[in-house]
Design a protein. Structure first.
Length: 275
């Protein structure tokens, strides 16, 4: 299994790349609009074929890169039917499976942060991608987008804490630089959702968070309800040359194009020792 954990610093969002090594088929979980070029470059450099982008929920803090990646790489978009997003290729129900070559990913409905939250679980129960339902020593808020604290409590207990203790948990966000946890750790140490905490205490805590709404909410939610398709769909790529964007973050032009267009460009030698 190919696995990469990617990060968007502006929204503190994690994007996850998984691929079957035998078939090279891949999925991206929670791609970010501004990072779509980066993600596409990594997929291409690793020799993968992006089959699906999966959304854990309709995000309020960033715009998804799902539509851009479908335009660029031909991938399909899968979302929770309960989330209400339009334009997806597949509307997922609880306990449906996404094929990934010889591997499979299970979609488990975990509503509470939003109505349409999904947790994606690898077929051998070794990894779970929980979005905002379960964070590292925390959880997503429940005060907008049909959020419901009781629903979230029951979702985590029934759909995530029912996994093996050694199952690694990869959240949708982290704001302290932490990267992963495990089911066993969260059952013991999560200050909101540990097994020692009752539903009533959790609900009371969540109802008094008093947090401001995400800054991008008014922009992000309407676009994400269209799977990230912008109002204007003109090309977002530079068009002055057939450029390739690398995972290193560098735009490259092919030597044969440069040779054919020498009169139209200025070449600067930046080799060490040259002036």
């Amino acid at each position: 299994m190919v696995f990469r954990q990617l990060f968007d610093p502006q929204s503190s969002t994690y994007t996850y790349l998984l691929a079957d090594t035998a078939t090279r088929g891949a999925v991206l979980i929670d791609p970010v609009f501004e990072q779509a070029r980066r993600d596409a470059a990594l997929v291409e450099e690793l020799g993968l074929k992006l089959a699906w982008t999966l959304e854990t929920h309709v995000h309020a803090d960033h715009i998804t890169g799902a539509w851009l990646l479908r335009e660029k790489l031909g991938s399909r978009i899968a979302v929770s039917r309960a989330g209400g997003a339009e334009g997806a290729d597949r509307q997922l129900e609880n306990n449906e499976w996404i094929e990934l070559g010889k591997r499979k990913i299970q979609a488990r409905a975990t509503p509470g942060h939003t109505n349409g939250c999904m947790t994606y679980v690898l077929d051998d129960h070794s990894m779970a991608f929980t979005g905002d339902a379960l964070l590292i020593r925390g959880c997503g808020r429940t005060d907008f987008q049909q959020g419901d604290a009781r629903s979230l409590f029951r979702s985590v207990r029934s759909q995530i804490f029912s996994l093996p203790d050694e199952c690694l948990v990869y959240p949708g966000h982290d704001y302290r630089g932490l990267t992963m946890t495990s089911v066993g750790e969260e059952k013991l140490y999560n200050p909101r959702l540990a097994e020692s905490i009752g539903e009533g205490d959790f609900v009371g805590y969540m109802e008094h968070l008093g947090l401001a709404h995400p800054k991008q909410m008014a922009i992000a939610v309407p676009v994400n309800l269209k799977c990230g398709k912008p109002e204007k769909t003109s090309s977002l790529e530079p068009e002055w040359a057939p450029l390739t964007y690398t995972f290193a973050g560098i735009w490259e032009v092919q030597p044969h194009w440069l040779e054919e267009n020498l009169r139209a460009v200025q070449i600067v030698d930046v080799s060490p020792g040259r002036s």
